[in-house]
Design a protein around this ligand. Structure first.
Ligand code: F6R
Length: 607
């Protein structure tokens, strides 16, 4: 949510910034704006709504300037208006800033500043602009440092000044900024996507750092102006990976990518001979792992459902009690965790504010913390400094799909590794790993049925309510299937454990309330079948996910999708995929904005 793109170099900034904003669209936004330094004057154009609206406003402008900043805003303080969109000006348009994050003490600061300046917007960001203006005495970097010293809250910030045509100031606290390095030019953005076309060499700004970026170099310091030396990281994502690759939507592309990125997730992490997983980047010795008394998984949304799958694996394989908690709850509930607890923070973006805070809480209590993260160099990844990247590549659709499967893959590998240090035999470990290696081919079997699933989805698109049911390891699959449907189609749906229906929800079931159920051949097959029968007896139409060749499942199905057989603990890796496709095709049928559903953002950087 909210995206920043800045450019300083020898090329025309405008097209780079506009394309950069488009590359960040997946983060979610509701207005956009741009400011270019042009003949000693800052030009500014802002528009509410899609970037296309900004582009049409820019139609008659062709600012040739080679320095500029831009922003996509996801409203937090003040409504969705042009005045509230960034960039914000100070000192009568001499200073322009773009800002992500929240200035918590903006009211007090505004009160002080109001005596001297007139505020045009309702935003906390404009307060920051004027605060910088109030400190300006010839050095923009000093003014930024002094202003930030007064600020309580979070920021990813770019600032420019008409008297400094060769400089962009960037600063970060809690909201990511990356600097892309090329010959005589620098790109600054909320993540690497906008710079991939130009460079793969980047420097990640860390919290508390201020960068003074000119066309020749970058000087990084802290708020006290003490110099900081930083390295350059080589990014291996290519631009094609960050684009739609011929699919109608990012979401469909990302669903289809699952077999490939799953291979990326497990590659090099399997020791078949020992029947165990090889996971680098650990912050805990094998002895400490053997002594663990508790595992906790903290995350939100889809990552939380991946975590729930992890719980089954950790308890069954490692026989360590495992709790899964929403990060937003964990951080406030005084969780019981100590040095015998291993906490997994699971996050696609690595920037989810709740999970960042939960990680800090877990660390404070002395727990071992490991990340299961997609975005390389993201805040959580760097704060933890231990764990595994899931290697799902850039996930552009707001609704998470391939990141989910790869999170489950990494949790399973971690569970196998812990299990092997306890009672899991080499043979069992080996069997699980062999099954994992077969998963990509089995995923492909499901993906080949996309057209059939599309036809089924059409039949269900007009219903207003859905139940998703599963038991055991497929209970989280039901929850995830339900979330996918509601977030992209806006249809009401509820995920339930099959056995819970009779304790209340069954009252809702009718012909108007279809049931999607996961009925694969595992130890709970008969129990699940009974639960489906209970719903059918009350008139519900049923869509069943069943194991290939299971004719018996058809007895309780109005519609059926078959998935290949795998080991029970691995079933979520397959069973989730038809539900992703089902949700996708319903949303398409209803004409929804699949990749950018209303009210949602990709990276949830506010509490
Ligand atoms: C749903 C979805 C969200 C995220 C959640 C956590 O499709 O994408 O529920 O899973 O916001 O985000 P990350 O994984 O970035 O921490």
């Amino acid at each position: 949510m909210c995206g920043i793109v800045g450019y300083i170099g020898n090329k025309q900034a405008l097209p780079i910034l506009v394309q950069g904003l488009r590359d960040l669209e997946y983060r979610g936004y509701d207005s956009a704006g741009i400011s270019i330094l042009e003949d000693g004057k800052l030009q500014r154009v802002r528009a509410v709504g899609k970037i296309d609206n900004l582009v049409s406003k820019l139609k008659d402008q062709n600012y040739p300037g080679t320095l500029g900043i831009s922003h996509t805003r996801w409203a937090t303080h003040g409504g969705v208006t042009e005045e509230n969109a960034h960039p914000h000006f100070a000192l009568d348009g001499k200073i322009a800033i773009v800002h992500n994050g929240i200035i918590e003490n903006y009211r007090e600061l505004k009160k002080k500043l109001e005596k001297k300046v007139k505020f045009i917007s309702q935003t906390d960001s404009e307060v920051l602009a004027h605060l910088i203006g109030s400190h300006y005495k010839g050095s923009l970097a000093d003014a930024v440092r002094q202003a930030l010293a007064e600020v309580r809250g979070t920021y990813g910030l770019l600032a420019v000044h008409t008297d400094h045509p060769d400089q962009i100031i960037a600063a970060r606290l809690g909201s990511p900024l990356v600097i892309g390095v090329a010959e005589g030019e620098y790109f600054i953005a909320s993540d690497v996507t906008p710079m991939l076309a130009y460079t793969k060499q980047v420097t990640f700004l860390d919290d508390g750092e201020v960068a003074e970026i000119s066309r020749e170099n970058v000087r990084i310091s802290n708020l006290k102006d003490e110099l900081i030396t930083k390295g350059i990281t080589q990014i291996d994502w290519d631009q094609a990976k960050a684009q739609k690759g011929g699919y109608e939507h990012f979401m469909l592309k990302e669903i289809m990518e699952q077999p490939t990125v799953f291979e990326d997730a497990i590659r090099g992490r399997i020791n078949m001979e020992e029947g165990t997983a090889v996971l680098g980047g650990l912050n805990i010795s094998e002895d400490q792992m053997r002594e663990l008394k508790r595992i906790m998984i903290i995350s939100g949304g889809t990552a939380y459902y991946a975590g729930l799958v992890g719980k089954y694996a950790f308890e069954r394989l490692a026989q360590i009690p495992c709790e899964v908690d929403f990060s937003s709850e964990f951080r406030y509930r005084d969780p019981i965790c100590d040095k015998k607890t291993l906490v997994y923070a699971v996050s696609q973006s690595g920037e989810t504010a709740d999970t960042i805070m939960a990680v800090r809480e877990a660390k404070r209590k002395g727990a071992h913390v490991r990340g299961i993260i997609n975005v390389v160099g993201s805040t959580i990844a760097r704060e933890i400094g231990a764990g595994s990247y899931i290697h799902a590549g850039p996930e552009m659709a707001v609704a998470s799909t391939k990141a989910y499967t790869n999170m489950v893959a990494l949790l399973l590998l971690n569970a196998i590794q812990l299990g092997r240090l306890k009672h899991v035999t080499q043979a069992t470990g080996k069997r699980m790993l062999e099954s994992l290696l077969q998963i990509p081919a089995k995923m492909n079997e499901i993906l080949k049925q996309a057209d059939e699933i599309k036809a089924i989805a059409k039949k269900y698109a007009q219903y207003k309510n859905f139940f998703f049911l599963g038991r055991g390891v497929n209970y989280p699959v039901a929850l995830e299937g339900s979330l996918k449907l509601k977030e992209i189609s806006y249809i009401h749906s509820e995920g339930y454990a099959g056995g819970e229906m009779k304790h209340g929800p069954l009252a809702l079931v009718s012909e108007e309330f279809p049931v999607v159920a996961i009925l694969t051949r595992n130890q709970l097959y008969e129990k699940m079948k009974s639960n489906i029968q209970e719903a059918r007896a009350r008139g519900a139409r049923t869509l069943i996910i069943a194991t290939e060749g299971d004719i018996e499942a058809a007895e309780v199905a109005d519609d059926i999708i078959f998935v290949p057989k795998t080991m029970e603990l691995l079933e979520p890796l397959l069973n989730t995929i038809p539900l992703q496709l089902f949700a996708y095709y319903i949303a398409v049928e209803l004409g929804r904005d699949v990749d950018r559903p209303r009210n949602l953002a990709k990276s949830v950087t506010v509490e």
